[in-house]
Every structure is written in C-alpha cells, then in structure tokens.
Design a protein around this ligand. Structure first.
Ligand code: HEC
Length: 147
C-alpha cells in the first residue's frame, strides 16, 4: 500500500512541473515578462538606494534578464496572435525582421550587462540602464497596452 501511494506521489511530482511549463505560449511569455517586472522593481530600488546594494541579488537579476531574453522569442507561434489577455502587438508577426532585431538587441544587451559583473550600485546602475532601455523601446513597438 505504502509503495502504491509513494508511486502516485512521485507521478504527480513529475507531471506537475511539465504541466506548469506548458500552460500555453501566451502564459509562458507573460510569465517571463512578469519576472522582468519583479526584477526591474527590485533592481530599480537598489539603483535608487531605496534598498541596500546586494551584489549577489543584483547579478542574479541580470542573469534572469539574460535567460528571459533568450527564451522569450520562442513563445510566439502564429496561433498565439490573439487569445487570453495577450498584449502582443500584430507587428510581431507583420514585421518579423524588426521583431528579430529587437529580440537580438535584448539578448546582446542583457549578455553585456551580465559580463559587467557589477560590484557596486553605480556599476549596477549602468548595467541595469543598458537592459531597461530595451523595455521601453520594445514595448512601444511590439506591445499593446490594454487597460
Ligand atoms: C523584445 C521585446 C520586449 C522587451 C525587450 C521587453 N518586453 Fe515586456 N513585453 C513584451 C511583449 C510583446 C509583451 C506582451 C506579452 C503578451 O501579453 O503576450 C510584454 C509584456 C510585459 C509585461 C506584462 C506581463 C503580463 O502579462 O502581466 C511586463 C510587466 C513587462 N513586459 C515588463 C518588461 C520589462 C521590465 C522589460 C525590461 C527589463 C521588458 N518587459 C522588456 C515585449 C518586450
């Protein structure tokens, strides 16, 4: 009996992460962006001195950005142009060269920010600024703000 129960628990433990990861492309890309939002809030507070500079946390934020930048573009199949509460703009599919360029810039800038390995608030501010310039430019071109 015990063995049956633990097998069932194991099965659930294995299936659950797979289910979460495949909620759908819209949810997956929004989850990456939600992470960007959280990290930008925390990073901005450090840059402004509202929270003390923490090198480990700062470099983790930059690493998160870089990982997100690499993964983000994989979640835009043609079937996900509309649906859910997506704010993705049609330009993503109508201007694929511009979209690819925006993704590539985000990847280049986040990788450069990681490589800067900031050890104080001032150098983190530079790396953070390099990354966050992408938020605005990409949103202006490729995100429709609802509500
Ligand atoms: C390469 C383009 C691009 C870059 C760079 C980018 N975003 Fe986004 N962002 C998008 C798109 C497209 C959406 C809409 C996704 C959807 O709803 O399907 C979005 C949505 C969001 C959302 C809303 C997520 C939700 O649904 O709750 C937040 C928050 C966000 N971005 C924050 C950021 C921050 C912070 C940065 C910079 C660190 C950033 N983004 C950089 C394209 C980008």
């Amino acid at each position: 009996m015990l063995r049956v129960v633990s097998a069932a628990v194991l099965a659930v433990a294995v299936i659950l992460p797979a289910t979460l990861a495949s909620a759908g492309p819209i949810e997956d890309r929004q989850a990456i962006m939600k992470g960007n939002g959280r990290d930008t809030k925390a990073g901005g507070a450090m840059v402004k001195g509202e929270t003390p500079f923490d090198a480990a946390a700062a470099n983790k934020i930059l690493a998160n950005y870089a990982a997100g930048a690499k993964a983000f573009g994989k979640h835009f199949p043609a079937s996900s142009k509309t649906g859910g509460d997506t704010e993705a703009a049609p330009a993503i599919w109508d201007k694929p060269a511009d979209w690819k360029a925006a993704l590539a810039k985000f990847q280049t800038d986040t990788a450069a920010a990681v490589a800067m390995k900031p050890a104080d608030a001032a150098s983190f501010g530079k790396a953070f600024g390099l990354v966050t310039a992408n938020c605005k430019s990409c949103h202006e071109a490729f995100r429709i703000k609802k509500g």
